[in-house]
Design a binder for this molecule. Structure first.
Ligand code: BGC
Length: 768
């Protein structure tokens, strides 16, 4: 049933008694002489704002978590009862963590039928990499470098979420992540600002589409600097330079804003000593000022209240004042606005204009989503049933899962596996796990709903399979409630694993992190295989070294022993609902891996944070072991990563040659065209991510040793050659200079092209 607008759009508040939507209104009621849907959105927003009391405007700035069983009796006492009262008064603008058409509809009904102004709620949820049908974790998807596949994955997530009553996802996370200890690296696109920016655009487009009934508003987070938590410990202090802020952290946010993202989320961390939620420079000057962002900013969960713990605000009221004045438009669960903002306005500590602006931003997004035309736009139970879990969505997440796998090592051509006559031992608890592949942040999905690796492999019936767990992954009770799965020393399963390995031609070991060992609050101080898995690997290796190590993880791991000894290593992350099928198809060669690492893999934890686009330093050294001691290095480890950013193998090989620049210098307004030939030199068809890096040799502020500035994913048949073209123009070499603005500075550059960030093919050029 199409919702009939219960009130008419307001052009100007009227003092007359009018009939609207068949309902007789009292003189005070917010009605207008006529609905004018043709008005520009900003005027509709202004008209509505003109009718709102201060408290109602503040209501739009207040977001509550789902607080009662919506289909049960209404809450009669305590905090829930108070929230319920607020809802009915129109003091709530948004809810989070309520999902499913039935529940969303019940709440929306209260907002649009019982409140004075009938303003619909906006419903937010962490649809990070899928709603029910789960895609690979975002870090894994980034490894695909396939923007179309990433956009499709976001479209699938949006379609299922929107069909389930939701209209707003708290994604994409675009925090550039350099520290593998930080648990949330799984949620972003890795260490590079350029790759993060392109992926941010794709995700925003995928989620928002044309804001139809299968789309949701995106929320770009966490603004800003959250991933730079010291020592990779979640929520820890952040202290970054202005240079890093503008050149590394902010570009993906800017790209997402330019792509039309409707909302932003601020972050838990401080920046220059000011918590992001109360940071006017970030939210007012940069985001809403310089970038012209017109949507609204929601706080992170409780981040307004946390300004007290930060030692920045004396109490919640002071925090609410700072947050409002700094441009944090909506309060997620601190209750600071609903409790204190009206008083702050009356005391003159926050001007009413600040409140009006924030409420207007929220209303604008609601108008754009079409919620005023139909507050039940997302509440169609038949559509929900027909949409969630559709076959084509499973096909879509399988497709992106295969594309996300990175082949790290493949010696002796152990991969792809032969399809007939092989005895295969599959070892590791994760091989037989149907929940872990869903990864962190998949709160809409059902436990046990993923295809396990074992299930995927069993579909290839030409080989015999023996499974042995070997050892559990070490997962603490914090992650599993009462279920304790800590295994720091239980090796009782080793003997069975050794027996299976001895009898096998090939051993597939699925080791790494459980899906819930990464994500928010899951920072790690060690990056090796948790628990006794490393020991299991070495023990099995002694019995049969013919091992394919399949890694399941949400962050770069340190695996130096495996890198030296195990013949094949497949980085399979947490690949989502179709994980087992994707992995099996890769291992059997039905899909030729093409993924490339979006984060450097360190050799040891002491190297972290480790990233390819580092600065040169005054003592870069020459990399020779005979060099004196006084250069920037470790005496007990190389500087280089185990596997660099951009790295990944294929079942075929590629050769780069014939690098050509049409000229060696260019001036303002000009450009250089670069071409390179890429040849598939193997016997298998394959795909390659051709990567362009630039190095700015000297500048008004020091520049990274190289920076990704372009890439193209190409498919090449065995023996085929393709010429790939890149264009270098002024825009591409711009950076945040000593003048505190983005500009291109004249100077000398090197460009590098290849299949990884350590590409060697290079050429110089000049910008005059
Ligand atoms: C996270 C956000 C998330 C929010 C709502 C917070 O703890 O930092 O990323 O969107 O919770 O669930």
């Amino acid at each position: 049933m199409k919702y009939k607008l219960p009130y008419c759009l307001i052009i100007a508040p009227l003092a007359l008694s009018l009939s609207c939507g068949g309902v007789k209104q009292t003189p005070a009621a917010p009605v207008a002489a006529s609905v004018n849907k043709q008005l520009p959105i900003d005027r509709k927003v202004d008209s509505l704002l003109a009718l709102m009391t201060l408290e109602e405007k503040i209501g739009q700035m207040n977001q509550y978590n789902g607080f009662w069983e919506v289909t049960g009796p209404v809450p009669a006492e305590g905090a829930a009862a108070q929230k319920y009262e607020h809802l009915k008064k129109g003091w709530v603008g948004s809810m989070l963590n309520v999902k499913g058409v039935k529940d969303v509809k019940a709440l929306q009904k209260i907002a649009v039928e019982e409140t004075r102004l009938h303003i619909p709620l906006i419903f937010g949820y962490d649809v990070i990499h899928g709603y029910k049908t789960i895609s690979p974790i975002p870090l894994a998807e980034a490894a695909s470098w396939d923007l179309a596949a990433i956009q499709r994955s976001a479209e699938i997530a949006a379609a299922e979420a929107a069909a389930s009553g939701l209209n707003w996802t708290f994604a994409p996370m675009v925090d550039v992540s350099r520290d593998a200890r930080w648990g949330r690296v799984m949620e972003g696109a890795g260490e590079d600002p350029y790759l993060n920016s392109r992926i941010a655009e794709s995700r925003v487009k995928g989620f928002q589409g044309n804001l139809g009934e299968f789309n949701v508003a995106a929320c770009v987070k966490h603004f800003a600097g959250y991933s730079f938590a010291e020592a990779g410990r979640d929520y820890n202090t952040v202290d970054v330079s202005n240079n890093t802020l503008h050149n590394i952290i902010l570009p993906p946010f800017k790209a997402a804003s330019d792509a039309g993202a409707l909302t932003f989320m601020n972050s838990f961390n401080e920046l220059e000593g000011i918590p992001a939620t109360g940071n006017a420079h970030l939210q007012r000057d940069i985001l809403k000022g310089d970038w012209g962002f017109k949507g609204f900013v929601v706080s992170d969960w409780g981040s307004m209240g946390e300004m007290v713990a930060h030692g920045y605000s004396k109490d919640l009221k002071a925090a609410a004042m700072s947050a409002a004045n700094a441009g944090s438009d909506m309060d997620m669960e601190s209750h600071g606005y609903v409790e204190h903002l009206a008083e702050l306005v009356r005391e003159g500590k926050v001007s009413e204009a600040v409140v009006t602006e924030a409420a207007g931003r929220v209303l604008r997004v609601k108008f754009l989503l079409g919620l005023f035309d139909d507050p039940y736009k997302y509440c169609n139970e038949a559509r929900e049933k027909a949409t969630v879990g559709k076959k084509e969505f499973h096909d879509g997440v399988l497709d992106v899962a295969k594309k996300s796998v990175v082949l790290l090592k493949n010696e002796k051509n152990i991969l792809p596996l032969k399809k007939q006559g092989q005895k295969i031992a599959v070892i590791g608890a994760l091989a037989n796990d149907k929940t872990s592949p869903l990864g962190s942040w998949r709160i809409g999905a059902d436990d046990e709903s993923a295809i396990s690796v074992l299930e995927g492999l069993k579909q290839y019936t030409g080989n015999s399979i023996t499974y042995a767990k070997g050892a559990d992954v070490a997962v603490g009770p914090v992650l599993f409630g009462n279920e304790t799965r800590i295994n720091m020393n239980d090796k009782s399963g080793f003997a069975e694993a050794v027996k299976a390995a001895k009898a096998a031609d090939v051993v597939i070991m699925v080791l790494g992190e459980h899906g819930l060992q990464t994500g928010e609050g899951r920072s790690r101080a060690e990056l090796g295989l948790p628990g006794v898995q490393q020991e299991l690997l070495e023990t099995v290796y002694k019995a049969n070294p013919n091992i394919v190590l399949v890694l399941n993880n949400g962050r770069p791991l340190t695996i130096p022993w495996a890198a030296d000894n195990v013949p094949a290593i497949v980085e399979a992350w947490h690949l989502g609902t179709q994980a087992g099928n994707a992995i099996a198809q890769i291992l059997y060669g039905d899909y030729n891996p093409s993924g490339k690492l979006p984060m450097s893999f360190p050799r040891s934890i002491g190297q972290v944070p480790l990233y390819y686009n580092h600065k040169s330093t005054g003592r870069p050294g020459n990399g020779q072991p005979t060099e004196s001691v006084f250069w920037s290095h470790y005496i007990d480890a190389p500087n280089t990563p185990q596997y660099p950013f951009g790295y990944g193998l294929s079942y075929t090989t590629f050769e780069y040659s014939n690098l050509k620049l049409d000229k060696s210098s260019f001036v303002k307004g000009g450009k250089i065209t670069v071409t390179v030939d890429v040849k598939n030199t193997g016997k298998t068809d394959g795909k390659e991510v051709v990567q362009l890096y630039l190095q700015d040799l000297f500048a008004s502020v020091t520049r990274p040793v190289r920076e990704l500035k372009g890439f193209e994913l190409i498919a090449l048949k065995a023996g085929q050659v393709k010429t790939v073209t890149f264009t270098i123009d002024e825009k591409l070499i711009e950076f945040y200079t000593a003048n505190k603005k983005f500009e291109a500075e004249p100077g000398d550059f090197n460009l590098y092209i290849g299949g990884s960030s350590d590409a060697v093919l290079h050429a110089p050029f000049t910008y005059n």
